[in-house]
Write a protein that binds this ligand. Structure first.
Ligand SMILES: O=C(O)CCC(=O)C(=O)O
Length: 276
């Protein structure tokens, strides 16, 4: 039995095996699924409060790099309290869905946020990864999965993430053509606080303008197939946190560096080129 399924049996997910299969089937067909009201709102309120100063610091330090377009920022979260929370990154239902998509022994490689602010614009429609074998002109089964959840309610006004259903397995020119001709619509995902999206990062999508005065942070937890290396993302694990990790978390986080202190990290975000 895989570590993930063992975790579900021990930790007790909310969903049955059949429901987990169904969520994974949605991702395989549509490119994404949403587990409604899955994460506790109290936790997300605490994350939002802890994130606010990190966003301000990011904007002050490297906002000029405009790493995701006008007034839109990608900020890595420190793997420490409150963000290094196994109730979130080891959620048994989420991991069970991810395992069906990314295969046994997948790894966790990313914990970050995307935040549009007032003044943000429509991004170009994009994927978060190039194909594995571009010379074939074909897509493969999933290999890179994003788990996204907002730290606020997502409304039509504050910059909903838009996605084009069922575009992840198509060659990009064909997928783009479907979107451009309107045969495949970009759907704004209005998410409640607590909703969790699991998505194949190849589903065509874009960020939209936030027309309110409040930031709209969306967390992204990245999981990859066991053989995939993504040098643009890393989770620096402080030793004192590493010592508290479960067996499953240690295995899942195995390719990330353990550091003595989070004070000595790279001075700017490494993940600048993001759209494929
Ligand atoms: O969070 C969003 O609105 C989308 C951001 C996005 O797709 C990106 O920056 O790659």
């Amino acid at each position: 039995m895989s570590l993930m399924n063992k975790g579900r049996e021990m930790g007790g997910g909310r969903y049955s095996e059949a429901e987990i299969e169904s969520f994974a089937g949605d991702v395989l067909r549509d490119g994404f699924c949403v587990l409604p009201e899955h994460f506790p709102q109290d936790t997300l309120h605490a994350w939002r409060a802890a994130f606010a100063p990190l966003l301000s610091e990011h904007i002050e330090r490297e906002g000029h790099l405009r790493n995701r377009g006008a007034a839109r920022y990608y900020v890595t979260l420190p793997f420490d309290a409150p963000f290094a929370d196994p109730l979130i990154y080891e959620d048994p239902d989420v991991l069970a869905v991810v395992e069906r998509l990314a295969g046994e022994d997948f790894t966790m490689v990313q914990l970050a946020t995307d935040t549009p602010l007032p003044g943000s614009e429509y991004q170009d429609v994009h994927r978060d990864t190039p194909p594995l074998f571009p010379e074939t002109g074909r897509e493969t089964p999933p290999f890179q999965i994003a788990v996204n959840f907002p730290l606020v309610e997502v409304t039509p006004e504050n910059g909903p993430f838009e996605v084009a259903r069922g575009t992840h397995m198509l060659p990009k020119p064909e997928a783009l053509r479907l979107v451009e001709t309107g045969e495949r619509k970009l759907e704004p995902l209005l998410m409640r606080l607590g909703d969790v999206m699991v998505r194949d990062v190849r589903a065509l999508h874009r960020g939209t303008p936030n027309k309110t005065s409040e930031p709209r942070p969306m967390v992204v937890v990245g999981y990859s197939r066991r053989w995939l290396f993504r040098p643009e993302v890393t989770i620096h694990i402080p030793r004192h946190v590493h010592e508290t990790l479960s067996e499953r978390a240690r295995r899942m986080l195995r390719f990330n560096p353990v550091v003595e202190s989070l004070d000595d990290l790279p001075p700017t975000e490494i993940y600048q080129a993001f759209a494929y």
